[in-house]
Design a protein around this ligand. Structure first.
Ligand SMILES: Cc1ncc(COP(=O)(O)O)c(C=O)c1O
Length: 448
């Protein structure tokens, strides 16, 4: 059979609420045209994020019942540690309440003022945590990533020559770690090849610089490698994931993505001294090292999710369903970041709405219009989120794992194509208030 189906059936459902265009107009106005300010009950299809929004499996819910809520020495922690160790090979597995907590602890311990941390593309919380520490976050994407329309297979790769030059220019002593985000969320959900991971590892280790993975979507990245990197289809996604981790000295991980958990994160390393410092900080802000800001039941859900996510049937469906959305809009003229990534489709709003200049936020304007028209929420990944660091003006439509069905995606395709038909009528926005960090969460806008 050629049809790739959802490899699960649905046991528990959550109703969706329809709203009228007039209601949505009011909600938008009240929210200051910032979709983070909407009530979720006013949204029909929520593609704000794939983070923490997964549908958990029966096995995960069952495991949660055996959650050991002991303050210290929880059996749930040891079950999670065993799974994470087997997958990543890292000796120290430190649970945190989510990915950014792992980032904050890592950068607090490793970075000093004036340091530089390169990545293929830093995610917004990663960049903000580095900058909050007084260090500089530098993006070194591969040259292919500059053109949203190029169909290079591994557009998440880091520019290794640029990394060499940066180390030469800044000096290795100023670079406490090199990171690679797999897949490259802010760069379009594009995968990083195993060859690139190996190359970055080689450069970093030649200069004695620790190399970290931001491993939020390690399984989707592993599946792309399995499908597309020459000679690697003979390895299972799990073997590929293990190979990816084998080149790194540590990782940060948000369990809200490729562990199907609704909350949680991990900070892993092989460095005993570093792990001790990290645990000291963990106790201060997250909790004892065998729960790190999570309930025992959350640790159980993550342990089961980390194994489930590497099921080849699931990954085949996951990548195919994201591609289905991408192809159905792109082949009808809506420019997306090509080729479709793993967890999301990114509409290139800068290209789609050339009449709206960057400083009038074309991707935010498109996000607002898609909600107004069809009750669908996406998120701007452009000048609102990244300010002057934005490389593109993108509207990200992130697909929650195991949540929406084919007909939801067909509705979405119809909605996007209808909005595209009237794209000349769309107008930009003006920011009326914004905070200093992570301004996309609370900035307020006014239509122009
Ligand atoms: C690449 C990447 N890194 C880090 C994070 C932060 O993880 P969390 O939301 O669990 O704090 C995210 C979240 O979306 C992400 O996509």
């Amino acid at each position: 059979m050629k049809t790739i189906i959802e490899p699960f059936r649905i046991k528990s459902v959550e109703p969706l609420r329809r709203t009228t265009p007039a209601e949505r107009e009011k909600y938008l106005k009240d929210a200051g045209y910032n979709l983070f300010e909407l009530h979720s009950s006013d949204i029909l299809i929520d593609l704000l994020t794939d983070s923490g929004t997964s549908a958990m499996s029966t096995a995960q819910w069952a495991a949660m019942m055996r959650g050991d809520e002991s303050y210290a020495g929880s059996e749930s922690f040891f079950r999670l540690k065993k799974v994470a160790e087997e997958l990543t090979g890292f000796r120290h597995v430190i649970p945190t309440h989510q990915g950014r907590a792992a980032e904050r602890i890592l950068f607090t311990v490793m970075c000093r003022e004036g340091d530089v941390v390169p990545s293929n593309t830093h995610f917004d919380t990663t960049r903000a945590n580095i900058e909050f520490r007084g260090s500089r976050a530098v993006d070194l994407p591969s040259p292919e990533a500059a053109d949203t329309q190029s169909r290079h297979r591994f557009k998440g790769n880091m520019d290794v020559d640029a990394l060499e030059k940066l180390i030469e220019r800044e000096g290795a002593a100023k670079i406490p770690l090199v990171m690679l985000t797999v897949t490259d969320n802010s760069g379009g959900g594009q995968p990083v090849s195993l060859e690139n991971i190996r190359a970055v590892h080689k450069v970093a280790s030649r200069h004695n610089i620790p190399f970290y993975l931001d491993a939020c979507r390690f399984a989707e990245n592993a599946y792309f490698i399995h499908q597309q990197e020459p000679g690697l289809d003979r390895l299972t996604p799990k073997q590929i994931a293990q190979a990816m981790f084998s080149y790194a000295d540590g990782c940060t991980f948000s369990a809200k993505k490729d562990a199907f958990a609704n909350i949680g994160g991990l900070l892993c390393t092989n460095d005993d001294r570093l792990a001790q410092q990290e645990r000291n900080l963990l106790i201060l802000t997250e909790g004892f090292p065998t729960y790190g800001g999570l309930a025992g039941r959350d640790l159980e859900a993550i342990a089961v999710g980390l194994e489930e996510v590497l099921d080849p049937d699931y990954l085949e469906y996951r990548i195919a369903s994201t591609r289905y959305l991408g192809r159905h809009i792109a082949d009808h003229g809506v420019p997306i970041v090509e080729p479709p990534g793993g967890h999301a489709i990114y509409i290139d709003a800068g290209r789609m709405l050339p009449h709206i200049p960057r400083h009038e936020f074309p991707a935010q304007a498109l996000a607002v219009e898609l909600y107004r028209h069809a009750g669908v929420r996406g998120v701007e990944i452009g000048s609102v989120m990244f300010g002057e660091h934005a490389r593109h003006e993108l509207l990200r439509l992130a697909i929650p794992r195991r949540v929406y069905t084919q007909s939801h995606i067909d509705y979405l395709v119809e909605a996007i194509l209808e909005v595209a038909e009237n794209k000349e009528k769309l107008r930009g926005l003006r920011i009326v208030s914004q905070p200093e960090f992570l301004r996309h969460f609370t900035a307020r806008f006014e239509p122009l």
